[in-house]
Design a binder for this molecule. Structure first.
Ligand code: ADP
Ligand code: MG
Length: 183
């Protein structure tokens, strides 16, 4: 089964393919409401109403290299298996926002997986795209590549010491919020 971090990678890759310059990712766990909410918003090309209406069913894709599109249907199925849901809002030329809600305590709710590694990979593999991440549970943690890049000046995010810094920073922040990957 796909963990939450792999869903994030999948959905963020859709955003990157849609030409987004900024991808916002929010991961909020709420014990009282028994909810884990993942929100991924982008400023990419958006989807037509027609595409949006069929994107949750398998085999919808705009790829030409292979026919099956499964990223969104898999996320929808994983949400629904916990009694949650996946909502998608999209507007051509403006962008797309996916909101995935899982029942937090449900036995079938996927584990978080390695969120820090996923975010580090997205940052390093897509230096021209900015990522904003916010996590909330025991505490809050925010990550914004625009701030990191401004502080770095001419030094690229792909510089080895910078990559190490980004990984450690994310690992530390996410551990503070979720207490490792145990939840
Ligand atoms: N953020 C997005 N912006 C624009 N179009 C999107 C976005 N996410 C998904 N799509 C469209 O929905 C299709 C299906 O997405 P997905 O289920 O992840 O399958 P795949 O990525 O393999 O095509 C994509 O091919 C793309 O046309
Ligand atoms: Mg996809």
């Amino acid at each position: 089964m796909r963990d939450i971090s792999l869903h994030i990678l999948d959905i963020a890759e859709n955003s990157i393919r849609a030409g987004s310059s900024l991808v916002r990712i929010g991961l909020h766990a709420d014990k009282e409401r028994d909810e884990l909410k993942l929100v991924i918003g982008d400023n990419g090309c958006g989807m037509s109403k027609e595409l949006l209406s069929r994107v949750k069913s398998p085999f919808t894709t705009s790829r030409t290299t292979r026919k099956v599109g499964l990223g969104i249907p898999l996320l929808a199925a994983n949400c629904e298996a916990t009694g949650g849901r996946l909502d998608i809002e999209s507007e051509i030329g403006k962008g797309t926002t996916l909101t995935a809600v899982f029942q937090f305590s449900h036995i079938d709710r996927p584990p978080l997986g390695d969120i820090a590694e996923t975010l580090a990979t997205l940052t390093i593999m897509n230096p021209s795209v900015d990522f904003v991440f916010s996590a909330k549970y025991n505490e809050a943690f925010d990550y914004d590549t625009r701030q990191i890049k401004a502080a770095l000046g001419d030094v690229p995010v792909t510089q080895p010491d910078v990559m190490t810094f980004i990984r450690e920073y994310l690992k530390e922040g996410i551990k503070q919020v979720f207490g490792g990957n145990e939840i």
